[in-house]
Design a protein around this ligand. Structure first.
Ligand code: UD1
Length: 426
């Protein structure tokens, strides 16, 4: 089991270059299947989940080669729908985008239930509803999801009960080459949804309204290949912003879109950190003395659930009381028990965690239970007295490239023991 060891107490200084966004790269890699042509995708984050998605394309008959360190050339001319490798597909959440891509490309899909971090129930009913509206017969069993287009995919009006990120993207993927117009109401508005729409439009699709809660897709007969660069990862950026706020110091995060960071920046300012921003950078400066605040996770542009756990680490040492209400996933507060082993005072009731700020955390052996929980425990370790060992670090590698070397460059006393085991999820 991979393990990260941190000795707390060092402040962080320097700059960090942010990678492409994992949650945009995953759907765009699978969306390239719809084109059946060659797509050159730049700014690919070299994180385990995305590398797995590329491996899935290869195992399904496509070709995918890195022509630059972070640029992959994908050709899906020979892609065989319905042949997804169970062992890989069920381990990453992003494999859910094969459903939309296969329906669009060949009218048929079969997929082992996508995996995912254990953060509560992850139903697929909203995805199913969208595919059904577009003209597919869907059958969701415990192990497999199967779908077959009745005649052809046809544009439809789709209303989502909840703005699911995955279902919004899957509906776009299935609708881009459907006959007629699709309107998705109460769509998710996350930046990666805009990125998927921009990718498709670069391939000749006609998608408008992405980034608002009404997305219109005028189906086109055929897409062509393209060259496209993935947007920067707002969660990776937010994680380093949180780390420096916690330890104290001054770190500039480069290669980002500051607008995507607004909810995170505002919460850091509310806690007492200084946040300055330019066109493509943000500098966070902190003396490490923060105050407790209230946070409620919400769909974008609200505070992201994927930043909740990192802020949990921050609230442990903040003065006074802090509170996190997790509104998106029903079971994403289990990491607080691990923080408790380090001396944090946290009480959890249903979806609310209340943090009673303590003067110090003490290093301990703790376990990452999912990707962002792993990042949160490392942040706590950076501020704790003594040595913290975070096991289950495989989770962290799924979503952060070069996490430990980056933190070491910023001044952290941190090391890792990497073995060949891997956990996948999200
Ligand atoms: C994606 C991200 C994940 C992030 C989440 C919310 C990927 C690979 N994962 O997950 O990192 O935390 O967005 O920003 O991009 N729901 C249903 N039925 C459905 C679909 C979702 O009830 O058919 C519920 C979920 O259980 C959850 C909520 O909707 O409570 C949000 O889920 P969703 O936005 O779909 O998240 P994912 O796309 O799975």
């Amino acid at each position: 089991m991979n393990k990260i060891t941190v000795k707390g107490g060092n402040r962080l200084y320097g700059t960090v270059q942010i990678s492409g966004m994992k949650n945009a790269a995953l759907p765009i890699v699978f969306a390239s299947i719809v084109t059946g042509e060659t797509c050159i995708i730049e700014n690919i984050p070299l994180v385990d989940d995305v590398l797995k998605s590329i491996e899935i394309i290869r195992e399904m008959g496509g070709s995918a080669e890195f022509i630059e360190p972070t640029t992959v050339k994908i050709d899906t001319k020979n892609f065989v729908a319905g042949s997804s490798p169970d062992d890989l597909a069920c381990k990453i959440r992003g494999s859910m985008y094969l459903l939309g891509a296969e329906l669009a490309r060949s009218g048929e899909t079969v997929l082992k239930q996508p995996g995912g971090c254990n953060i509560g129930k992850r139903p697929m009913d909203i995805h199913m509803k969208a595919f059904t509206a577009l003209g597919a017969d869907m059958d969701e069993g415990d192990d497999y999801i199967r779908g077959k287009v009745r005649d052809k995919l046809r544009g439809a009006n789709i209303y989502f009960d909840f703005p699911s990120v995955g279902a919004t993207i899957n509906a776009i993927i299935a609708a881009v080459t459907a006959e007629g117009t699709t309107v998705i109401e109460n769509a998710a508005r996350e930046p990666h949804i805009v990125d998927v729409a921009n990718f498709f439009n670069t391939c000749g699709a006609n998608v408008t309204g992405a980034g608002t809660n009404t997305i219109k897709i005028h189906g086109v007969e055929k897409l062509h290949g393209c060259t496209y660069a993935i947007i920067p990862d707002m969660i990776e950026a937010g994680t380093y912003m949180t780390a420096v706020a916690a330890t104290g110091g001054s770190v500039t995060i480069e290669g980002i879109i500051p607008k995507h960071m607004e909810s995170v920046s505002q919460k850091l300012i509310d806690m007492g950190a200084c946040v300055e921003e330019g066109d493509e950078w943000i500098t966070v400066t902190s003396d490490g003395h923060l105050r407790g605040i209230k946070i409620k996770t919400m769909p974008y542009p609200g505070f992201p659930t994927d930043m909740q756990q990192q802020f949990g680490a921050l609230l442990c040492l903040a003065e006074g009381e802090g509170e996190i209400y997790e509104s998106i996933f029903e079971d994403r507060l289990r990491y607080t028990a691990e923080l408790g082993k380090m001396g944090a005072q946290i009480t959890v009731s249903d979806r609310t965690a209340t943090f009673h700020g303590v003067k110090k955390l003490t290093g301990a052996s703790v376990r990452a239970l999912d990707l962002r929980a792993g990042a949160a425990l490392v942040i706590a370790g950076l501020c704790a007295e003594g040595k913290t060992e975070v096991s289950g670090a495989d989770y962290i590698y799924r979503g952060y490239y070069d996490f430990v070397p980056t933190l070491r460059r910023l001044g952290a006393d941190i090391s890792e023991d990497k073995y060949a085991t891997h956990i996948y999820g999200d």
